[in-house]
Write a protein that binds this ligand. Structure first.
Ligand code: AMP
Length: 396
């Protein structure tokens, strides 16, 4: 851990430019899920407690460098006020006189929110002039937006180089959880990777087999591995052209001493719909006119035993078509098992990326996992072993 935290900074009387991810879903003007706003509250409070003035910098939607009134951050002011419990002073621009005025108007204990940084064409280009204009507004930069850390933007890497900088509490928790799971884990380490396609998770699989002790491959991508081993998977979702890649990953795992666990039995159906007639068969016995939609009970037993034998678990992706019952059975059962092991202190479990959070929520398992990352792309890039520019900038 070579990045600074709020504990390392002197903030009394300082204006703190705080990069946050408050890109929350809004329907008909109402915030439908305020999780991201709730999660920045400890950082904001910490800055205020240390005598600093928090100035929120954030993007909202994809305005692509243009001012789009429907993507103004102003609409989030009431929700921010509720969850942060302070006065919110809004600046109609994220640089220049409007921003300066908003910062000057904010009294002690208030939070400043500046307009959508992606209204500026320089944000996504990490433009030096924009970085300078932003840096002129504050004394310290604090990055609490792990989910934007895989992008080298003005408000992620640019400001980190321009001002004394540190990680916020959410970024700190995320980095500590991810470092604990992959960089310095308590072994044995198990990874569960499910989801639709091998092609979207190649780099993830390639990195994990070199680092973990066991890897469970589930979901549609398990079909690609079964097919690569010569199994007929009928009408299952399967990337037949990825067979050589699957064989390569199996070889890499073998060389690294990583045990690959594929489903030994599967649940098959003739229709991809809720409640479709289904049967459980051996993984090698998928009928030619059927498709594999979930892992079977024997496979779940194997996954659960692997969880019991592990001290650290990394989870990404569902074990089956979890959106449609009963093909959520394996995902639910294994997720609950991991949740129980985590709750009893036997397992450190870290999950994230894509549909994973939805799948674990649906299984009623999310609360007991040790850490659930709300970052999609950044979580996956970290697990792929890539350096995230927003994190690297905090360490240099
Ligand atoms: P991903 O975004 O790659 O994590 O993939 C998640 C998607 O994979 C979900 O929408 C699941 O319904 C889908 N999925 C998982 N297993 C299967 C399967 N056996 N057949 C078809 N789709 C699947």
């Amino acid at each position: 851990m070579s990045w600074k935290t709020l504990d390392d900074m002197e903030l009394a009387g300082k204006t703190v430019l705080l990069r946050v991810d408050i890109n929350v879903p809004v329907e008909n003007g109402e915030v439908t899920d305020a999780t991201r706003i709730e999660r920045i509250a400890p950082t904001v409070q910490n800055i205020i407690d240390q005598g600093g003035k928090p100035v929120l910098l954030a993007h909202f939607g994809r305005p692509k460098g243009e001012v789009k009134p429907e993507l103004s951050l102003k609409q989030l002011v009431p929700t921010l006020k509720t969850y942060l419990g302070t006065e919110i002073v809004f600046g109609e621009d994220c640089t220049g006189p409007a921003a300066e005025q908003a910062i000057a108007n904010a009294s002690e204990g208030a939070v400043v929110l500046l307009e959508n940084t992606r209204f500026k064409p320089g944000e996504e280009k990490n433009d030096a002039d924009l970085v300078a204009a932003l840096a002129a507004l504050g004394d310290v930069f604090c990055n609490d937006a792990f989910s934007a850390a895989h992008r080298a933007h003005a408000t992620t890497t640019g400001l980190a180089h321009a001002l004394p900088s540190c990680a916020g509490r959410l970024m700190q928790a995320e980095l500590q959880a991810l470092e604990g799971a992959l960089a310095t884990p308590v072994r044995p380490v198990l990874a569960v990777v499910g989801g639709a396609k091998v092609s979207t998770k190649l780099e993830l699989l390639g990195n994990l087999v070199a680092k973990v002790d066991k890897l469970v491959i589930g979901g549609g991508m398990a079909n690609t591995f079964l097919a690569a081993k010569g199994v007929d998977v009928g009408k299952s979702l399967c990337e037949h052209d990825m067979a050589p890649t699957a064989v390569e990953i199996l070889g890499k795992a073998d060389a690294a001493g990583c045990e690959i666990i594929l489903p030994s039995d599967v649940v098959v159906a003739r229709e991809f719909k809720e409640g479709a007639d289904n049967e459980t068969v051996a993984a090698e016995a998928c009928p030619a006119d059927a498709m594999i939609l979930d892992a079977g009970p024997e496979a779940v037993k194997t996954v659960n035993a692997a969880i019991d034998a592990s001290k650290t678990l990394i989870w990404n992706g569902p074990l089956g078509a979890f959106e449609i019952a009963p093909f959520d059975t394996a995902t639910n059962a294994a997720a609950r098992h991991a949740a129980e092991a985590s709750a009893s202190g036997k397992l450190v479990s870290v999950a994230g990326g894509g549909d994973t959070v939805a799948a674990l929520n649906k299984a009623g398992a999310a609360d007991e996992f040790t850490y659930i990352s709300t970052a999609g792309g950044a979580f996956l890039e970290w697990m792929e072993g890539k350096e995230l520019p927003g994190v690297a900038a905090l360490t240099s």
